[in-house]
Ligand binder design. Structure first.
Ligand code: AMP
Length: 589
């Protein structure tokens, strides 16, 4: 068997390794997951630590720990770890060695060749340093490829003809946006822009500062001054941030975070998703400015971009998806695990070099959005019922879990009707109803406030949708299992099916009226009210339990209306319409 070549995403915050297994790119497990924090340290006993243990040690012993070495690659700067100096290549080599070992354990043979990715803007010195780091780690670097190119490879876009792709990569420490042109396997980076100090770490810090400020206002203690307390708060902020990517609330709970005159102080703060989003929104807007810069440099308009790919762990925050969608005027792709896309793409390149047959990465996505019917108050203060409120948007990789908070419509309401729909239409009932149920005996409080309920959707790999509704105040829970449609279609397929179906509906409406008349042939226009009434009559006529007497009365009146329409006798038509309404009301009772 030919020796395997591995693909490595050597990241500022995290690193990931992948290879081609049975023709498909797969991630290689490293310690407890698939992501190795790019942190290296020396333990008190002198042992080398790489990944999670090194990251954990950083809080207690920053002098023995090195983070974010990628920022120094290609410079002559040295770093000191546990009193000894190292070059950036050497520190990176510790990370690469760990990935190499993990690969050997998984593959079961020695691994000595790799493809490593670097940011598109890396200069020759930085690329050279990355090659050297590989060599130090005992890896022959077969090729250095650009991270955005790797992402496009992971999405299988290299096989397409002329495509402009925008890759939005928001990781832990850096933001990069690249515009690449793909043409039958030839990749050209047209422009890049970015910020070396913008990413998830900043969001954690801003979020932690927000909590620390509240704490300082209340207790007059600055948590940032205490290294240990601040590190705990940062960790809790990151955990809450991750939770807020699929839940509307997260709890930051830190006991004994500080002392005031020997009294222990704790933090117990529930944070809402939109609170977090408000904190980071301005920073995220900076990324949109950088998108525009890259577009300008590439001499392209947003609408000339064929695909937008989201990569990097921080793109999992739903607000990123929303802002990019709005800004680009198209839905970006995030189907492939954004933490893994670059490494998987590097593995594809490695497989190509090794001459392996490669299949596309298989991702199971939900083909249509899933949500519930809700009422919405318009800007003008009007109540719009039957609005579709999606919880899981289409093209989301499954399994997935998402929740949202809804509140009852009027004070004292003790029952809600949950109607679950699948589709893309703004009006809920224009979508496919998957099922409905009631949540009863809600406990509105005495002040007659509206009741909040959290609706949770959990969609598994077999497209079983678990809907849970939880009354926030009492914790009362109602669950229902539904079956979502499993069909897997591309967004273009969906769009063309939607257009097709819409056309069939239109045709159907005409067919119904056409049934045994020549309404379509009339040279006059039927007003929409009469048309709707005739459609209603046809629906009623198809009811199985309709009495023969009423059926005949309705049919005769429909005929009279058709006749009067063709004679252009509008007064007569109106009279017959009134008559028909009476029959219909009787039939619909
Ligand atoms: P990367 O460097 O691409 O691995 O991205 C790491 C960053 O992604 C870190 O700042 C993480 O906190 C962040 N991250 C990981 N998962 C999520 C999530 N579900 N929601 C928001 N941010 C996340």
């Amino acid at each position: 068997m030919q020796e395997k070549i591995i693909g490595i995403d050597l990241g500022t915050t995290n690193s990931v390794v992948a290879f081609i297994k049975d023709g498909v790119p797969v991630l290689i497990p490293v310690s407890e997951g698939h992501i190795l924090p790019s942190v290296v340290g020396i333990a008190p006993q002198g042992e080398v630590l790489v990944g999670k243990p090194a990251r954990n040690q950083w809080v207690a012993a920053p002098e023995n720990t090195i983070r974010s070495i990628k920022r120094k690659m290609g410079t002559n700067e040295k770093v000191t770890m546990a009193g000894k100096e190292y070059t950036p290549q050497e520190i990176s080599a510790f990370i690469l060695k760990e990935l190499k070992q993990a690969a050997e354990t998984t593959i079961g043979e020695t691994v000595s060749r790799a493809v490593i990715t670097v940011p598109a803007y890396f200069n020759e010195l930085q690329r050279q340093a990355t090659m050297e780091a590989g060599e130090i780690a005992g890896l022959k670097v077969e090729r250095i490829i650009n991270e955005p190119t790797a992402s496009a490879l992971a999405y299988g876009l290299d096989k397409e003809e002329e495509l402009h792709v925008l890759v939005y990569d928001l990781g832990g420490g850096t933001f990069d946006v690249s515009i690449i042109e793909l043409n039958n396997g030839v990749v050209d980076v047209l422009a890049t822009a970015g910020n070396n100090h913008l990413g998830g770490d900043d969001f954690d810090e801003m979020f932690a500062s927000f909590i620390a400020k509240e704490f300082a206002d209340e207790h007059k203690i600055d948590l940032q001054e205490n290294h240990h307390a601040w590190a705990r708060l940062l960790r809790a902020a990151e955990e809450a941030k991750i939770e807020l990517s699929n839940a509307p609330y997260a709890l930051i709970s830190l006991e004994y975070i500080a002392y005031s005159k020997d009294i222990a102080l704790h933090i117990r703060r529930e944070v809402k998703r939109h609170e977090f989003e408000e904190i980071i929104e301005e920073k995220l807007k900076d990324t949109l400015v950088l998108i525009d810069k890259a577009l300008k440099d590439a001499e392209l308009e947003a609408n000339q971009i064929d695909r937008v790919l989201l990569v990097g762990g921080s793109t999992r925050s739903p607000i990123v998806w929303d802002l990019v969608t709005q800004h680009m005027g198209q839905e970006p792709h995030i189907e492939i695990d954004p933490d893994a896309a670059v490494a998987l793409g590097a593995a594809v390149q490695a497989g190509i070099i090794a001459g392996e047959e490669i299949d596309a990465i298989l991702v199971d996505v939900t083909p249509m959005s899933l949500g519930i019917a809700a009422a919405e108050i318009s800007f003008a203060g009007q109540l719009i019922p039957d609005k579709f409120a999606p919880l899981i948007r289409r093209n989301t990789t499954i399994p997935v879990q998402q929740s949202k908070v809804f509140s009852t419509l009027y004070p004292g309401q003790d029952k809600i009707h949950i109607q679950v729909y699948q589709g893309e239409e703004e009006t809920a009932s224009d979508n496919v109803l998957l099922g409905d149920f009631f949540v009863e005996d809600l406990k509105p409080n005495r002040e007659m406030e509206l009741t909040d309920v959290t609706v949770n959707f959990s969609l598994d790999i077999n497209a079983i949708l678990d809907v849970t509704v939880i009354e926030r105040k009492t914790g009362k829970e109602v669950r229902k299992q539904l079956k979502a449609s499993r069909q897997r279609l591309s967004s273009q397929d969906i769009a063309s099916s939607q257009a097709k179906i819409a056309a069939v509906y239109e045709q159907g409406e005409e067919d119904e009226i056409d049934e045994d008349g020549e309404i379509d042939d009339l040279s006059i226009e039927i007003d929409p009210g009469t048309k709707a009434l005739l459609e209603r009559a046809i629906k009623v006529l198809s009811k199985e339990d309709l009495s023969a007497d009423l059926a005949s009365k309705i049919s005769v009146t429909v005929e009279k209306i058709k006749d009067s329409l063709s004679e252009d006798e509008s007064e007569q038509t109106e009279l017959y319409c009134d008559e028909l309404i009476d029959w219909l009301i009787e039939a619909e009772e």
